[in-house]
Design a protein around this ligand. Structure first.
Ligand SMILES: [Cu+2]
Length: 173
C-alpha cells in the first residue's frame, strides 16, 4: 500500500522539478547588484562608539547578564560589580574573557589551582583575552579591550567552582 503512494508522489516531484528547470535566467539577475558594495561602509575606518557594559556578580554565584553583542574592532568597556556580601575568600568574583575554542572545563580546573594569581591560570595565558581583578563584596573593576575577530567569546568567573554557573558569551559581529 505504501509503495502505491510513493510512486505518484515521486512522479509529481519530477514533474515539478522539470518545470522549474525551464526558467534558468535567475543567475543573470544576481550580477546586477554590484552597486550595493559601494553604499555599505561597515569595513571602513570610521570610529565606532565604545560599547559600555555593566555586569554584576552576586552571592548566589550568578552574573546578571549572559550575553553581550559588539562589533569587531569596537572598544569594549565592561565593569564588573560584586554586589554580594560574602567575603572575597569564599565568594570572590572576576570576569574572564576566553578565546574561541577554549576548553572551559579545563580552564576552570587550572584556575582552581591558581589561587596565588587570583585564579588566573598562567597555563591558559594565551587563551585569556581580558580579565578583571578578583573582587570582594562591594568592589568593582572596569576593563577595556578590543576584539578584532568576529566570533563567540565565552566569559566566566574563574573563582573555584563558579565557572559552571557564572558564564556567558560576547558575540563579536
Ligand atoms: Cu564568581
Amino acid at each position: 500500500m505504501k509503495k502505491l503512494f510513493l510512486v505518484p508522489a515521486a512522479a509529481v516531484a519530477l514533474f515539478l522539478a522539470s518545470c522549474g528547470g525551464s526558467n534558468t535566467n535567475n543567475e543573470t539577475a544576481a550580477t546586477t547588484d554590484e552597486s550595493a558594495t559601494s553604499t555599505e561602509t561597515t569595513a571602513t575606518g570610521e570610529a565606532l562608539e565604545p560599547a559600555v557594559f555593566e555586569i554584576e556578580g552576586n552571592d548566589q554565584m550568578q552574573f546578571d547578564k549572559d550575553l553581550f553583542t559588539v562589533k569587531a574592532g569596537q572598544e569594549i568597556q565592561i565593569t564588573l560589580k560584586n554586589v554580594g556580601e560574602l567575603p572575597k575568600e569564599s565568594m570572590g568574583h572576576n570576569f574572564v574573557v576566553l578565546a574561541p575554542g577554549t576548553d572551559v572545563a579545563a580552564f576552570g580546573g587550572e584556575a582552581f589551582k591558581a589561587k596565588d594569581n587570583d585564579y588566573i591560570p598562567a597555563t591558559f595565558a594565551s587563551s585569556i583575552i581580558a580579565h578583571t581583578k578578583l573582587l570582594g563584596p562591594g568592589e568593582s573593576d572596569t576593563i577595556t579591550f578590543t576584539i578584532d575577530e568576529p566570533g563567540e567569546y565565552e566569559f566566566v568567573c574563574s573563582f573555584p567552582g563558579h565557572w559552571g554557573t557564572m558564564r556567558g558569551k560576547i558575540v563579536v559581529e
